[in-house]
Design a protein around this ligand. Structure first.
Ligand code: NAD
Length: 494
């Protein structure tokens, strides 16, 4: 094919028990490019029969070769998956760009390499992380030995979002497979392609049939709802909106299935007057505008200490106005479109809400003028507001676009209160050259991830997740292994 993608990926088929299939629902929907508004291909929608087939395949695979495979062999296969993604790097890159429109420079540095790395890191972790053991005294003096054994949880449902499609999906599939589970992935309806391609990779490297399955579709009354309600699914790992997480938890309650929830955020950036201004501007630019602001860890509330407030606002404005929106392949492009027209409407509605609430528009606030070939895309201007009260909806609700509100503060205590005055608790970025203050403030912000003088600097061995409405549980490193396995304590009386 001209673009190098196989028909299977282009016509996003389900991948069930090692085979690509259109299923029996007879339903498809169009995959639309967010950059141009043009149709890219079709996606097959899975309903109950497709989910039933995928869950049955995943269940059967647990007792097949995968179930008996020595850990080292399983780890080697997962390394091979990562190597094969890297070998087919250009196809994955193209698929991710078709689905999201994001700049090639971003997808080639973050989405695809991290998407591959997720398989290696967890394969290595499983081999190297010990379990606990305790000697217990007993009255006869012989004692008892306790030791922990990790077993797979079973059939794991993976529900993933559209903002970093390959990366966030493999962030779950990597540890799930490394710990011996089998999975059914329901990727976002907006971004089906890289997950479909991964099915080809699984077959190429010899992952046994049924271990990795993909069913496409929507959430309610579609593949997502049927998958999360399926009684033979043992655990559900979800990344997406808090509202969707609440619905999935209700499904999971039946049968007491465990959930891992990575949800929304309304993250605060805190810039103290003693910050290195260049670093703070560079980091805040990325945290507000990277991936067109569609990053759960992104900063939508920026608090700047009063003596440097005007300078900071002016410099962030200059940065925003220097952003190059455009075609993914253009090396100059550093901002892509939003994911869809629907999301564009949502983000633009918040721009209007902010104005109606009395915001000062420092820059942006509308739709950019794009060249003819991109006019049909979901483009919005990078936007900065000031002047809103902390009670404003635009300051409290997750917008998930290239936008922030900047507010001044005077004291450390005041900014800690402001940062914590939110329903969410995912991430913060603190900018200061005073190390003592940095440590003191970081531990007082009610979030799962606190960065000091950086943003999105990720060591995959560390815990990832949020508090309050931002999620339940932690993934990453040993924490991922805990969610994806059952720990059995074996007690041996000596
Ligand atoms: P979303 O909740 O709309 O969709 C996520 C997934 O859930 C999709 O695959 C969707 O089809 C599925 N889904 C929707 N309704 C469902 C239902 N009733 N049953 C089962 N599945 C259902 O989220 P999104 O718009 O794709 O992603 C953006 C959101 O994700 C933002 O809120 C963002 O903050 C959050 N996010 C969080 C993290 C994190 O790690 N905390 C990472 C990325 C994105």
């Amino acid at each position: 094919m001209k673009d190098g993608l196989t028909t299977m990926a282009r016509d996003a088929l389900h991948f069930i028990n090692g085979e690509f299939t259109a299923g029996t629902s007879g339903r498809t929907f169009d995959n639309i490019s967010p950059a141009t508004g043009q149709k890219i291909g079709v996606v097959h929608e899975g309903l109950k029969p497709e989910i039933d087939a995928a869950v049955a395949a995943a269940r059967a695979a647990l007792t097949g070769p995968w179930g008996y495979m020595p850990q080292a062999e399983r780890a080697a296969l997962l390394h091979a998956v990562a190597d094969e993604i890297n070998r087919r790097f250009d196809e994955f890159l193209e698929a991710e760009i078709l689905d999201t429109g994001k700049p090639k420079s971003l997808a080639s540095h973050i989405d695809i390499p991290r998407g591959a790395a997720n398989f290696k890191i967890f394969a290595d972790l499983v081999k190297n992380v010990p379990t606990e053991s305790f000697m217990l005294d007993t009255p006869d003096g012989n004692g008892a030995l306790n030791y922990g054994v990790r077993r797979p949880k079973g059939v794991v449902a993976v529900i993933s979002p559209w903002n970093l499609p390959l990366l966030l999906m493999t962030w779950k599939v990597g540890p799930a497979l490394a710990t011996g589970n089998t999975v059914i992935v329901k990727p976002s309806e907006e971004t089906p392609l890289t997950t479909t391609l991964l099915g080809e990779v699984m077959n190429t490297v010899g992952i046994p049939k049924g271990v990795f399955n993909v069913v496409h579709g929507f959430g309610p009354d579609s593949a997502g709802a049927y998958l999360t309600a399926h009684p033979d699914v043992d655990a559900i790992t979800f990344t997406g909106e808090t509202r969707t997480g609440e619905i999935i938890m209700q499904s999971a309650a039946k049968g007491l299935r465990q959930v891992s929830m990575e949800c929304g955020g309304k993250n605060a950036g805190i810039v103290f007057a003693d910050a290195d201004m260049d670093k703070a501007i560079e980091g805040t630019m990325r945290s507000v505008f990277a991936n067109c602001g569609q990053v759960c860890l992104g900063t939508e509330r920026v608090y700047v200490q009063r003596p440097i407030f005007d300078e900071f606002v002016a410099r962030l404005k200059a940065g925003a106005e220097g952003m190059k929106l455009g075609a993914s392949a253009d090396p100059e492009t550093n901002m892509g479109p939003l994911i869809s027209q629907e999301h564009k409407s949502k983000v633009l509605s918040y721009y209007e809400i902010a104005k109606a609430e009395g915001a000062t528009v420092i820059t942006g606030g509308g739709v950019p003028d794009m060249p003819d070939d991109l006019k049909g895309g979901a483009w919005v201007q990078p936007t900065i507001f000031t002047g809103l009260p902390e009670t404003a909806r635009a300051v409290r609700e997750e917008i998930f676009g290239p936008v922030c509100h900047i507010a001044p503060f005077d004291t450390e205590d005041e900014v800690i209160k402001m940062a914590n005055d939110t329903d969410y608790g995912l991430a913060t970025a603190i900018w200061t050259e005073d190390l003592t203050r940095a440590h003191r403030v970081a531990r007082q912000i009610d979030v799962g991830l606190a960065w000091v003088n950086s943003w999105f600097l990720r060591d995959l061995r560390t815990a990832f997740g949020g508090s309050k409405h931002s999620g339940i549980g932690r993934e990453g490193g040993v924490h991922g292994l805990e969610f994806y396995s059952e720990l059995t304590n074996v007690c041996v009386k000596l």
